[in-house]
Design a protein around this ligand. Structure first.
Ligand code: G6P
Length: 610
């Protein structure tokens, strides 16, 4: 997830672009850059790290011009470095981009074969070269962008300059956000509303598959295919702070609702729907390596540990490899047995958690191969890993992890499908069903979020004063029970326990009375009957029972005091749906209590101490 911004008018563009980027820095912050039409050519300044480094570069070598584009980067292809920072230049063309180009490998091969010299590891630079080739064939900038995008698959919001047409910016959008701001004798573009609010409140929202030519006195919108589009501007009455959170009260709530998008970005380019398989080149193992794995050991902390627990179910069920899950700090604390045939998977949002990093290094030193599942590109864990299968959730600001959890679970499921196919433990038909289920998942998650939000907020209001809350689940619902309890503890400071439902009778059942809400996860899966019995056991001790069940489950409805329903879905996909109401419940309890939701007391987003 990156931020882009553009300006065309009579003012000096660089300060406006920098100001816009500062408001977009929440979208990414590993490098930044500007391209501005100077008196003769396009000039570019780029810098690694926070925006202040770019400002320092500009103070040394200022940019002067009335038309320009800017970018703040959250790396997805290629490590954070100056050469990978945007804008990317090819001949007279400069491009900034937010999104992921799916067919980048194929485009890179073709461009290299056509004689292009590609300086960076990014997918974006390829777009600059494609546009350049079209301009060389005699096209104007608008037609060149149109033709180039005909070759691109994936998600993008791009803004393009050409030194041959210094009065305009051409922008285009597919899946990634882009707004055009309308001023008086000046016009703007940006990834998001907040970048533009100090300059204008009149915005044109582009739809997927649309592009626009932005000049100081006019904005023309067309489809990428070339059909004119009439679009009325809208007036936005947000305050800049609200806008940064896209209208949500907290980043955590925004990130909960961002999960369908985060999933979509994480699945993009990886589902092989034609063959019911996963494109697994990022996993870094050959088919022979996949067949030779003796054992998988998953290492993680906190929420990532819960994702890893779900991963164990997938790997054992689909690929039939014996798998253990280790809390990274505990793995380090003993002389754990690791053999050369073991595959260690380190799961981490930040890629910097010290316990996970050291545990992975220890495992590597003992001869294991290390694959990591990480969200922050080129962080410490990917740098020491043999391969990294990145999640593409974008920056997560709320300390309590939500969207990164879902994308970690998605990567673990994709890994297991890939492994199962290579080991012949997963039939092509079943793999195809799972791949199709994954492809549909973002929409289903969207439906669950909008369908349960009010109901869950009401439950939170009703039980906000409960001193203890239990979460029970079996099978794949057990890690979700743990995650539901962790979320509640983290942000609302309520004592909560996640338990394997079958273990309740060995202890936590003593906690139950008529003041304790008990969430029982019982989607229609292979554990349903037994989970229903556990629900009845809790009910018999007068607990307040909240069932999280599959739509139409009449037994669950009869015994639950409150019921949250999720759609019927393949067992492996249930965690993606059942976790949503639990995240919302924790959020609303915390909000009603008035705690600091995004930065709860005593916690840190990234823990780099032992
Ligand atoms: C901290 C965060 C948690 C996170 C855990 C592991 O405790 O507050 O949200 O789950 O670290 O972090 P990682 O970056 O390794 O996933």
């Amino acid at each position: 997830m990156c931020g882009i911004v553009g300006y065309v008018g009579s003012a000096s563009s660089a300060p406006i672009l920098i100001d816009g980027l500062r408001r977009l820095e929440y979208r990414g912050y590993d490098s930044a850059g500007l391209a501005v039409h100077g008196s003769r050519a396009i000039e570019v300044r780029r810098a690694v790290g926070k925006l202040r480094n770019l400002e320092a570069a500009l103070a040394e070598r200022p940019l002067d011009g009335h038309v320009g584009i800017g970018h703040t980067r959250w790396a997805t292809h290629g490590r954070p470095s100056e050469v990978n920072a945007h804008p990317h230049v090819a001949g007279p063309i400069a491009v900034v981009h937010n999104g992921i180009i799916e067919n980048h490998l194929e485009l890179r091969r073709r461009l290299v074969a056509a004689g292009c010299t590609i300086a960076s590891d990014t997918d974006t630079e390829l777009v600059a070269h494609l546009v350049h080739l079209e301009v060389e064939r005699g096209k104007d900038l608008e037609s060149a962008v149109r033709a180039a995008l005909g070759e691109v698959r994936g998600a993008y919001a791009i803004a393009v300059l050409s030194s041959r047409e210094p009065d305009r910016i051409v922008v285009a959008k597919a899946s990634s956000p882009l707004v055009v701001g309308l001023g008086d004798g000046e016009n703007f573009c940006a990834s998001d509303i907040p970048a533009l609010l100090p300059y204008t409140k009149r915005m044109l929202f582009l739809e997927d598959g649309e592009m626009a030519v932005i000049e100081a006195g006019a904005v023309q919108v067309t489809t990428i295919a070339g059909k004119p589009v009439e679009r009325a501007p809208r007036v936005i009455d947000w305050s800049p702070v609200m806008a940064e959170k896209a209208g949500y009260k907290h980043f955590m709530l925004k990130e909960i609702f961002e999960q369908p998008r985060a999933l979509e970005d994480t699945l993009r380019g990886r589902l092989d729907r034609e063959n019911g398989d996963i494109h697994g080149h990022e996993i870094g193992l050959s088919d022979a390596d996949a067949r030779a794995i003796d054992r998988v050991v998953l290492l993680a902390c906190g929420t990532s540990h819960h994702a890893a627990l779900a991963g164990r179910y997938f790997i054992e069920a689909l690929a039939k490899v014996s798998t253990s899950v280790e809390i990274a700090s505990e793995f380090r604390g003993r002389d754990a047995v690791i053999r050369p045939g073991d595959l260690v998977i380190a799961v981490s949002q930040s890629g910097e958690t010290l316990d996970t990093l050291i545990a992975a290094k220890e495992a590597k030193a003992k001869g294991a191969k290390v694959l990591s599942i990480v969200n922050v590109i080129d962080s410490a864990i990917p740098r020491m890993s043999d391969a990294t299968f990145y999640t593409h959730a974008g920056p997560e600001i709320g300390v309590a992890s939500t969207k990164c959890f879902s994308t970690q679970v998605a990567n673990l499921l994709m890994f297991s499908i890939w492994l199962g196919r290579r080991r012949d433990t997963l039939s092509p038909a079943r793999a195809a069903e799972l791949v199709e289920g994954l492809a549909r998942l973002p929409q289903t998650m969207k439906d669950v979020l909008s369908g349960t939000r009010q109901l869950v907020a009401n439950l939170a209001r009703r039980y906000v004063d409960a001193r203890d809350v239990l979460f029970l689940g079996r099978g794949l619902s057990f890690p979700i029970a743990l995650e539901g309890a962790l979320k509640l503890k983290e942000i609302s400071y309520v004592h909560a326990e996640g338990y394997a439902a079958g273990e309740m009778k060995h202890g936590p059942i003593a906690l139950i009375d008529n003041r304790v809400p008990v969430f029982v996860l019982l989607p229609k899966d292979s554990h349903h009957e037994r989970s229903l019995s556990n629900l009845q056991e809790a009910k018999a001790r007068e607990a307040i029972v909240i069932g999280i069940a599959t739509e139409g489950d009449e037994q669950a409805r009869t015994v639950s005091d409150d019921l949250v329903e999720v759609p019927d879905i393949a067992e492996e996909l249930t965690p993606f749906l059942t976790v949503l109401p639990l995240q919302l419940y924790a959020y609303y309890v915390a909000d009603f209590k008035g705690t600091d939701v995004d930065q709860p007391r005593n916690l840190a987003k990234t823990v780099t101490v032992e």
